[in-house]
Design a binder for this molecule. Structure first.
Ligand code: GLA
Ligand code: ZN
Length: 684
C-alpha cells in the first residue's frame, strides 16, 4: 500500500495540538474562550482531553456530570477543532481508593500502596475494571455522535510496574496453567527449577519475582504485558461497542522496557507514543536525535509501516529530568519534522496550557503562565502548525526500507536479567542504536523490528546481541540468508531459548551452521579497558587497519566461515574477531566484540555500497545531519534535518527538487541553518 487512510477519515489532515486540561480552569471559564482563540493562532486543531478527570465526571460513586466536558467538546467543534478523548483510568478517584482499597496496587512486601500519584491502579481488580467500564460507557454513549470526537486515548502511559495483590498473583498462576497445559512438571522443566531446589509441587507456591529463576522472571514480565493488554481490552470494550468507527489508541513510551509493545500493538487501531529526548544535555544533540529516530522507526514498524501519532512531546522543556534545558530556537521544528519524516501523521504536545500548581507547573507548554501568544515557544509552535497545513500530500505515506535492525523486548529482558558475563553495562539498546546510527548518518531509512517480523523484504538484517532465539527464528534467518539476504549479528547471540535455557552443543546455538563458527568462550573487559582487532587485508567487508574493541569479546573458531579480522592481544590474539559465511545465495557476518564507531562506519559503508542500498540523497551528509523519506509511490518526500548548531550546505547534485513549503525549485545546493530542516520533493 502506498498511502494509508487518515487516522480518522473525518479529518484527512495532520493533527496538531496537545494535552489540554480545561478542568483545571473550571472556575475561570473565560480562559476556555481564550484557549479557543489561542488554538487558532497556534494553528492547532486537536486537543487530548480528560486524561486525569475522573473525579470531575463522577464526584460520587454512580453520580455523573459532564458539564465542563460538554462545553469544551462543543467549543472545540464550534471552532473547527477535534478531541482526542481520553478515558480517565490513569488516575483513580480518591473516593474509590478509600471505599475499595483493592484498586490500589500491592508492593512486593505485601503492603498496599497509599492513594496518590497516578498510573498505579491494580490491573486485575474486578472493582477497578467494573468502574472503568461504567465510566467509559458513560463517555462513549454521551459523545458517540459528537462532531468533535476524533480518536480515543485510552488511559495514559500504561506501565508494567507490578502489583502483588492476591488477584494479580492468582491471575498469574492461571496464565501459567494455560501456558503449561496445567502440567507443573512442564513448567518445572522449562524454568529449570531443580536449580537451588526451586521445584514447585503446586501452582499456589509460585510467587514472583524470584531473580534466581530466569524462566519465571521472563514469564512474570510476559504476564504483566498480557494483563495490561487484558485491562486495556476490558476498558476499551464500551468504546468499541458504541463508537466502532472511532480509532482507539493508547500512548506508548518509546523503548520503555516494562511492556512488550509488539504484543500491545495488535490491539490498538493506531500506534501513538510520547517522545522526550534530552536535548542540550552533555552529549551531542544529534546523538539524542538518533535515539529518537530509532524509537520513531519502532513505532512505524509496530503496525508494519502504518503512520503513527506523536501523542506527546514538549514544545520547550521537560520538568522531570535532572536539568531541564530550553530547546534552542529552531530545534522544535526540526524535531517535529523528524517525527513526520519517520511516519507520524500528528504532532501533539504535553501540554497546551501550563498548569498553575502541581508537579508539572514548570513543564513546557504552548501557552505559558503569562497567558498570551507573544512568546518564542508559542511562535515556534504556530510555525510548526503552519508547516503541517502544507503537508497534506505526505499524510498516510510511508517508507519501505531495505535494512532492518532487530530490537526485541523479550531479548532485552533476558539480557538484562541474566547474571554474567557482565552484570553492568550490557547495553543492549545502545548497541542496537550504535548499529542503527550508521544508517541514520548515511541517510538510509531503517525498519526497527522484532524477531517475529517478516524479513523477506530486506536486503540487510542486523541483529546485535541476539541472545534469545524464540522457536523458529533461526530457521527464518537461515531462509532469509539462503534466499540472498545479508545477516549481521554479534557477540552474545544464539545463547538461550525463550525461557532463558542455554542452547546445548555449542554457541551460537541454532545459528552455528548459518554463521559457520563456534563461540567457545566469552571474555569481558572493564568499561575503560580496550583491546584491538585488526582487519585481514585486502578486506571484502571494507575493513582496514586496527580498531578498538571493548566490553564483550567472544572467542570463536571459524568452522566454515572466512575470517575478516583477528584479535591482536590477550591470550586469544590471532583468533577470529569478525567472520563471514556464505550460505545459499546470501552471507552471514559475525562480529565477535563490541567495536568502535570507526569499525561500524567502515563495515556498514561497505555493506550499503555492496548491497546497493538506497540512500535518500546521493551525497555524504555532514555529521549530525540526516535525510529521511516518505513516499506515496509517485513522489518522494525528503526531509533534511540538522541536529547541530552549525550551518551546512547539502549538495543535492543535478536533481531538481521542489521545496514543499514554499513551492520553490531547489537545485544542487541546499542550505540548512543550525537546527534547521527542509522538506523537498521530487517524482519517483
Ligand atoms: C508523560 C505523561 C504526561 C506528562 C508528561 C510530562 O508523558 O503522559 O501526562 O506527565 O509525561 O513530560
Ligand atoms: Zn493487583
Amino acid at each position: 500500500m502506498d498511502r494509508y487512510p487518515p487516522i480518522n477519515s473525518g479529518y484527512p489532515h495532520f493533527l496538531h495540538g496537545g494535552d489540554y486540561n480545561p478542568d483545571q480552569w473550571i472556575k475561570t471559564p473565560e480562559i476556555w474562550d481564550e484557549d479557543m482563540r489561542l488554538m487558532k493562532l497556534a494553528n492547532c486543531n486537536t486537543m487530548s482531553i480528560g486524561i486525569f478527570s475522573w473525579t470531575s465526571y463522577e464526584p460520587e460513586e454512580g453520580k455523573f456530570k459532564f458539564d465542563w466536558l460538554d462545553s469544551i467538546m462543543d467549543k472545540l467543534a464550534a471552532n473547527g477543532a477535534y478531541a482526542v478523548l481520553a478515558t480517565p483510568s490513569g488516575s483513580k478517584p480518591a473516593w474509590m481508593s478509600e471505599k475499595y482499597p483493592q484498586v490500589c496496587r500491592v508492593k512486593a512486601d505485601g503492603t498496599r500502596e497509599a492513594h496518590g500519584g497516578r498510573h498505579n491502579h491494580c490491573r486485575t481488580s474486578p472493582i477497578y475494571r467494573e468502574k472503568c467500564v461504567i465510566i467509559n460507557t458513560e463517555l462513549a454513549k454521551r459523545y458517540k455522535n459528537h462532531p468533535a470526537l476524533l480518536v480515543w486515548h485510552v488511559s495514559n502511559e500504561y506501565n508494567g510496574d507490578p502489583c502483588y495483590c492476591d488477584f494479580c498473583l492468582e491471575a498469574f498462576r492461571q496464565w501459567l496453567r494455560v501456558k503449561y497445559n496445567n502440567d507443573p512438571d512442564k513448567l518445572n522443566n522449562e524454568w529449570w527449577t531443580t536449580f537451588w531446589n526451586h521445584t514447585f509441587t503446586d501452582w499456589s507456591q509460585i510467587i514472583p519475582p524470584d531473580n534466581s529463576i530466569h524462566g519465571l522472571m521472563l514469564d512474570w514480565k510476559r504476564f504483566l504485558t498480557h494483563q495490561t493488554i487484558d485491562f486495556f481490552k476490558t476498558e476499551s470494550a464500551p468504546l468499541r461497542e458504541y463508537t466502532p468507527d472511532v480509532p482507539v489508541t493508547t500512548n506508548f513510551m518509546g523503548t520503555y522496557p516494562g511492556l512488550d509493545y509488539w504484543k500491545f500493538a495488535k490491539e490498538v487501531d493506531v500506534i501513538s507514543w510520547d517522545s522526550y529526548p534530552s536535548y542540550h544535555d552533555r552529549d551531542d544533540d544529534w546523538k539524542y536525535a538518533v535515539e529518537t529516530s530509532f524509537s520513531h522507526d519502532i513505532n512505524r514498524c509496530l503496525k508494519g509501516g502504518q503512520p503513527f501519532m506523536q501523542m506527546e512531546c514538549s514544545p520547550s522543556v521537560q520538568n522531570w529530568k535532572p536539568v531541564n534545558k530550553l530547546k534552542r530556537p529552531g530545534l522544535h521544528r526540526t524535531e517535529a519534522l523528524q517525527c513526520i519524516a519517520h511516519g507520524s501523521d500528528t504532532i501533539q504536545y504535553f501540554q497546551w496550557r501550563k498548569s498553575r500548581g502541581g508537579s508539572e507547573k514548570f513543564h513546557g507548554a504552548v501557552v505559558d503562565h503569562c497567558g498570551h501568544e507573544y512568546t518564542r515557544v508559542f511562535r515556534e509552535v504556530a510555525g510548526v502548525g503552519e508547516t503541517l497545513l502544507k503537508l497534506d500530500d505526505i499524510l498516510g505515506t510511508t517508507v519501505k526500507p531495505e535494512t532492518a535492525v532487530i530490537y526485541d523486548w523479550e531479548n532485552r529482558w533476558a539480557i538484562d536479567q541474566t547474571e554474567g558475563p557482565r552484570n553492568e553495562k550490557k547495553d543492549y539498546l545502545p548497541a542496537c542504536v550504535a548499529h542503527y546510527r550508521q544508517f541514520w548518518s548515511a541517510g538510509v531509512p531503517v525498519d526497527v523490528i522484532n524477531m517475529d517480523c517478516s524479513f523477506s523484504t530486506y536486503k540487510l538484517l542486523i541483529a546485535p546481541m541476539l541472545y534469545m532465539l524464540r522457536p523458529g527464528v533461526s530457521e527464518r534467518i537461515e531462509r532469509f540468508v539462503a534466499d540472498g539476504g545479508t545477516f549481521v549479528t554479534t557477540y552474545l547471540s544464539g545463547i538461550s531459548n525463550e525461557n532463558d535455557l542455554c542452547f546445548l552443543g555449542g554457541f551460537p546455538g541454532p545459528l552455528r551452521k548459518l554463521l559457520g563458527i563456534w563461540a567457545e568462550e566469552i571474555d569481558v573487559l572493564y568499561d575503560d579497558e580496550k583491546t584491538i582487532i585488526e582487519a585481514v587485508e585486502p578486506n571484502p567487508a571494507g575493513l582496514s587497519g586496527k580498531y578498538k574493541a571493548g566490553l564483550f569479546c567472544d572467542i570463536i573458531h571459524h568452522e566454515h566461515a572466512e575470517v575478516l579480522a583477528v584479535y591482536k592481544n590477550q591470550f586469544y590474539a590471532g583468533k577470529p574477531a569478525v567472520t563471514v559465511n556464505t550460505f545459499g545465495k546470501g552471507q552471514a557476518y559475525y562480529v565477535a566484540s563490541r567495536n568502535d564507531e570507526r569499525f561500524l562506519r567502515d563495515f556498514y559503508t561497505c555493506q550499503i555500497r555492496k548491497l546497493n542500498i538506497r540512500t535518500v540523497v546521493r551525497c555524504n551528509l555532514p555529521k549530525g545531519v540526516t535525510a529521511q523519506m516518505r513516499s506515496d509511490g509517485k513522489h518522494e518526500f525528503i526531509f533534511l534535518l540538522n541536529f547541530t548548531r552549525d550551518k551546512y550546505v547539502i549538495d543535492l547534485g543535478n536533481e531538481l527538487f521542489r521545496d514543499i513549503e514554499n513551492g520553490s525549485e531547489v537545485l544542487s545546493h541546499l542550505e540548512l541553518p543550525g537546527y534547521g530542516s527542509r522538506i523537498i520533493t521530487k517524482p519517483v
